[in-house]
Design a protein. Structure first.
Length: 549
């Protein structure tokens, strides 16, 4: 048996090896512990039993993160995969041994719901045995395994010996990504999908429409999309979007597209002024679709049907947030129209929390919580900073924020599951309160929405989804957890990386782990991840001053 290598450094030359990770993010329910054992040699691993997509992901990740080559074999593999759902069901053979991970709760966002993600990894000298309740469970296990591997200077592959068992806390674990305020190319979105897969997220919610642009090609309304000032295309063709959906699906990430109605529709009005009908907007920068304008209703049906056509998943997000300047009765009526259009298109509805005010959502829908009592603001103070023409809109905005604490109780009373996205904690465009390393301090001061109170990385980690839900209303059904990042301050992909990481990893911990790590434990686990993120194209992630590099 070869001698075990010394731990590889995390801040210098690794001698050709890859930096170790001191555990996993998100953390498993049972951590194996124990000394490292050799599980491969010569810069290679052999793998048997994995489904093609899982094999492809593992091979890609092993090469990207460690420089390893993964070879398929039929028998005698370094890593063997077995999918056996019976062993994970109560009463099945071996259930008492295998099914010790708690059951998942929440709303399943996948096109084919129900696949059990619980899995087990056994690591001993020269052998890794992966078992899962489903093909998706085996994929999650291989995702964990690739993060546990390390490679020494000789190319020998090591992993901690013992047993790891794991499975998710919530069925919906997502990121809402704004590609409107700053357009991300399809290739850049695939990098985000790979990051989500690494940390066991399973939803990419794409915010595709807003007042600043429309990012999905429309055949019925072709003027919605446009090219940039230098002639570059700033939207996804239908074919590109379908490719993104397929790319994500192979990594067990479901794309939930959002068409934001009836507000946040300035780009639609720019392209189709007839949407105004006979009514002048209260202000050129505040425009919304009215239910008494037939062309507006027809437009909403058209775009909802087109989005639904490109969405194999069960959910379509209809937006519904911030209806500033809109009469309440008109808002309620329009949300009811769009809710019906989504249902008629064969999809279930996700809406921002204001949609609860329409009284039309039910247990088949999902309400996305983002604002509450702590987010109220002083309208008189804000008026001193904006032109007088905006003062009526400030009052309306203050009112919608003031009544927001009633949204989740209304949903809970109707049995509507709630997706937790509290902006004070999981809006990742919130500025960092921590000082950054000197080479990043200017970016820290530049990035993040200035109106948001900055938060430390530790402060953003300091919450529990279950406790948050209970604080909102009795009887809240938690659909899951979803972070969000908005693009107002982004100038490029590196800016996105800076805002996402390391905070997105903390969201994964809260959404996945039944027994989440403490902040001290989590911070220690993050030490080894910088190189993984860099390998995936996120080298500009935030580094707090004095933190390990």
């Amino acid at each position: 048996m070869p001698a075990r290598p010394e731990p590889l450094p995390t801040d210098g030359d690794t001698g050709g090896g890859s930096a170790p990770v001191n555990g996993l993010v998100p953390t498993p329910v049972v951590h194996p512990g124990g000394p490292s054992v050799q599980v491969g040699r010569g810069g290679r691993l052999s793998l048997a039993g994995a489904e093609p997509a899982a094999h492809e992901w593992f091979a890609w990740a092993a090469q990207t993160l460690h420089g390893l080559r993964v070879e398929p074999v039929r028998a005698g593999a370094d890593v063997s995969v077995r999918v056996d759902g019976d062993r994970w069901r109560p009463g099945g053979d071996g259930a008492s041994e295998e099914a010790c991970v708690g059951p998942v709760t929440g709303v399943d966002p996948r096109p084919v719901p129900g696949a059990d993600e619980r899995h087990r990894i056994g690591i001993e000298e020269g052998r890794v045995a992966v078992s899962g309740a489903s093909g998706e469970a085996a994929f999650r296990a291989l995702t964990s395994l690739v993060q546990l591997l390390r490679v020494d200077a000789r190319g020998d592959v090591w992993a901690p010996s013992g047993v790891l068992e794991d499975g998710p806390r919530y069925a919906w674990r997502g990121l809402s990504l704004d590609v409107v305020r700053h357009f991300l190319t399809a290739a850049e979105v695939t990098r985000v999908i790979d990051l989500l897969a690494l940390h066991k997220f399973n939803v990419l919610h794409l915010h595709l429409t807003d007042s600043e642009g429309w990012r999905l090609e429309s055949r019925r309304r072709p003027r919605l999309t446009r090219t940039g000032p230098d002639g570059e295309r700033e939207y996804y063709t239908r074919e590109e979007f379908a490719d993104l959906v397929e790319y994500a699906a192979l990594r067990h990430v479901t794309v939930v597209p959002e068409v934001d109605l009836p507000g946040h529709t300035g780009a639609a009005f720019d392209a189709y002024p007839e949407l105004h009908g006979h009514v002048r907007p209260p202000h050129p920068r505040v425009r919304f679709l009215r239910p008494d304008v037939e062309e507006a209703r027809t437009f909403a049906r058209d775009v909802v049907e087109e989005f639904a056509e490109l969405t194999p998943g069960p959910f379509l997000h209809l937006g519904g947030d911030e209806p500033f300047g809109m009469d309440h009765g008109d808002y309620v009526e329009f949300v009811r129209h769009t809710h019906r259009y989504v249902r008629e298109a064969g999809k279930r509805v996700v809406g921002w929390q204001e949609a609860a005010r329409a009284g039309v959502l039910n247990g088949e829908d999902v309400l996305q919580y983002w604002i509450g009592a702590p987010d109220e603001f002083d309208p008189e103070a804000l008026k001193t900073a904006v032109p007088e023409e905006f003062h009526p809109l400030v009052d309306q905005a203050a009112e919608t924020f003031r009544i927001s604490p009633g949204d989740v109780p209304a949903a809970a009373g109707s049995g509507v599951p709630v997706l937790l996205s509290p902006n004070s904690l999981v809006y990742l465009d919130r500025p960092y309160a921590d000082a950054a390393e000197p080479d990043q301090e200017a970016d820290r001061l530049r990035l993040g929405l200035p109106s948001y109170e900055p938060v430390t990385v530790a402060g953003a980690f300091d919450w529990d989804p279950g406790e948050t839900a209970r604080s909102l209303a009795p009887g809240v059904i938690v659909a899951g957890v979803e972070a969000a990042v908005w693009g107002e301050t982004l100038t490029g992909f590196d800016d996105l990386a800076f805002l996402l990481l390391p905070r997105l990893a903390g969201v994964s911990e809260k959404a996945w782990s039944h027994d989440p790590a403490t902040w001290e434990e989590h911070a220690a686990l993050l030490d080894g991840y910088g190189r993984f993120w860099t390998a995936l194209g996120f080298g500009a992630h935030f580094r707090a001053a004095g933190a390990p590099r």
